[in-house]
Design a protein. Structure first.
Length: 289
């Protein structure tokens, strides 16, 4: 009997040892981790990736971004790599429920400042060296300062839909529900402050989309594909044993822009000041923590 018990115990040890080994192997599979960062001090760029100031007659502020969504991420080997011909690491959900093909907002994924947006096993990506990253932005939500007639300056929450086309049923904005049930084009926005909401549409083509590769690798109008360069390139060797982190650092330097009626640098919707630009103002991909 003792001998049988000893054999049974040995079998159990072997079974649990095998289970433990398999678990360790799965957990050791290295990943590419994409994180987001929003930097108010990062250089402010224009559509061509050149330094830009706020135009005369307009004013701007740097919002505090709470969360963001993208619907496309691509690594490009060179400046001549056309959009779609690099390594596409993420393509978000789309739908034609609103009539035309659009980003499916309800199925989108979101991340805040210094949060992880995406995790992909490295062995699912093409081995190679990459100089650029392209990110098609879809949505950003953040806090801005608004000057009111009765209460002075208050903090409000702004939702900016910057994707090429967006299908929305409804969404929560600072505990207020905004119902749409339709497609909205790039530049649609909604705003909440003190329990009151409003919505509007920025002019077509007004959303800034920095692309330093405009002359060699243009992107379609309205696509919101922001392009940034790795400082020392980025290589996937296929021999990685640890996770690799790439942080997408976006410039929010005066990225919320409006037309000025009262030349005081304050956003005053009650005075008729109109939102003209909500586009992020540059992208720097950073490898490592």
């Amino acid at each position: 009997m003792k001998r049988n018990n000893l054999l049974f115990a040995l079998v159990l040890v072997l079974i649990f040892s095998c289970t433990s080994d398999d678990s360790t192997t799965d957990n050791a599979r290295p990943n590419l981790i994409i994180k987001l960062k929003f930097d108010p001090n990062q250089q402010r760029l224009d559509n061509l990736g050149q330094p830009a100031t706020v135009p005369i007659g307009n004013a701007a502020q740097s919002p505090t971004i709470q969360r963001m969504s993208a619907n496309y991420i691509e690594f490009a080997p060179s400046a001549n790599t056309l959009l779609g011909q690099g390594e596409i690491i993420y393509n978000g959900p789309e739908t034609n429920a609103g009539g035309d093909m659009a980003i499916d907002f309800q199925q989108s994924i979101f991340a805040g400042d210094n949060d992880t947006f995406l995790t992909i096993p490295l062995d699912e990506l093409e081995v190679g060296s990459y100089e650029w990253v392209r990110v098609s932005l879809a949505y950003q939500e953040g806090d801005i300062q608004v000057l009111t007639e009765t209460l002075g300056e208050v903090t409000g929450r702004l939702a900016s839909f910057v994707g090429y086309n967006n299908y929305i049923t409804s969404f929560d904005l600072n505990s207020s529900t905004i119902t749409v049930n339709d497609d909205v084009l790039q530049g649609f926005w909604a705003f909440e402050a003190l329990g009151f909401t409003s919505q509007g549409q920025a002019p077509e083509g007004a959303t800034t989309v920095p692309n330093p590769l405009f002359s060699t690798s243009p992107v379609p109008q309205g696509s919101c594909v922001v392009t940034g360069q790795f400082e020392n390139g980025f290589t996937i060797s296929g021999n990685e044993t640890d996770d690799v982190i790439v942080t997408l650092s976006f410039s929010i330097n005066n990225s919320f822009e409006w037309t000025e009626i009262n030349m005081d640098g304050k956003y005053e919707p009650s005075a008729g000041e109109q939102v003209v630009d909500m586009g992020l103002r540059g992208l720097i991909p950073i490898v490592g923590n």
